[in-house]
Ligand binder design. Structure first.
Ligand code: NAP
Length: 239
């Protein structure tokens, strides 16, 4: 273990699989003490796994209490948990809109809100929100998802402005097309269409996203805030 970060406490949401599991495992390897939440509570080895639905503020608060009791105050937060409920706009049900906004945008809001006071007290904090290239390129069939991810950018920049004087940074990492359960569900023709527009001609691996997140969480990234870092193989470049 490199112990790069001297045992700082990190909380990652959505660690039961996919990108969140990779981020949590990567932070453990870099020397953080890591807790991870999801509805199931599953988390990779070395991560304190906690069951908490981010659509429920009481469960979010209870999760923080468990981290504080077990590891100490959260210094690094990665709000990664997210869902899709795709459908064309004309036929999109209120439930599909509401669930996605409540999880991806309001869930991140609840998670960050609970982190802010302890970070302010410590005069140190790293907050990374996992967004998406969809926020600025738009994705047909994903108006709800793209809106939730675009919302994260405005939220991150507002937080950056509010809390910068306390040594707290807030940034967005915007993955493009990543190989996970979420994208494995897509039809083959949609996957092939994406690859045509990616200059690097491959999907991202979860480790590509984890490496970018780790950098923004590090002490060395202390002068970077309010930014959106695309990790998308060039898919959204210039937008
Ligand atoms: P995934 O494999 O579906 O994993 C999503 C994670 O979020 C799971 O651990 C899930 O755990 C958790 N989660 C979902 N709803 C939750 C809730 N209400 N409360 C707590 N945890 C919840 O997705 P992924 O592909 O790794 O995506 C991770 C993030 O990256 C998401 O924000 C996604 O929008 C973003 N992203 C992904 C891609 C991609 O290509 N995959 C591209 C751009 C952005 P439980 O089911 O156990 O709750």
């Amino acid at each position: 273990m490199s112990n790069e970060q001297n045992g700082r406490v990190a909380l990652v949401t959505g660690t039961s699989r996919g990108i969140g599991a990779a981020i949590a495992a990567d932070l453990v390897k870099a020397g953080y003490r890591v807790a991870g939440t999801s509805r199931s509570g599953a988390a990779p080895e070395g991560v304190l796994g906690i069951a908490a639905d981010i659509t429920d503020p009481a469960r979010v608060d209870a999760a923080y209490k468990r981290v504080e009791d077990g590891l100490g105050p959260v210094e690094v937060l990665v709000a990664n948990a997210g869902i899709t409920r795709d459908g064309l706009m004309a036929a999109m049900k209120d439930e599909a809109w509401g669930e996605v906004i409540d999880t991806n945008l309001s869930g991140a809001f609840r998670t960050v809100r609970r982190a802010v006071r302890p970070m302010t007290r410590a005069r140190f904090g790293r907050i990374v929100l996992v967004g998406s290239v969809s926020a600025y390129v738009g994705t047909p069939g994903q108006a709800n998802y793209a809106a939730s991810k675009a919302g994260l950018i405005g939220m991150a920049r507002s937080i950056a402005g509010e809390l910068g004087s306390r040594g707290i940074t807030c940034n967005v990492v915007a993955p493009g097309f990543v190989r996970t359960d979420m994208t494995d569900e897509l039809p083959e023709n949609v996957r092939a269409e994406y690859l045509k527009h990616i200059p690097l001609r491959r999907a991202a691996e979860v480790g590509d996203i984890a490496a970018a997140v780790r950098f923004l969480c590090s002490d060395g990234a202390g002068y970077i805030t309010g930014t959106v870092l695309p990790v998308d193989g060039g898919l959204g470049m210039g937008r």
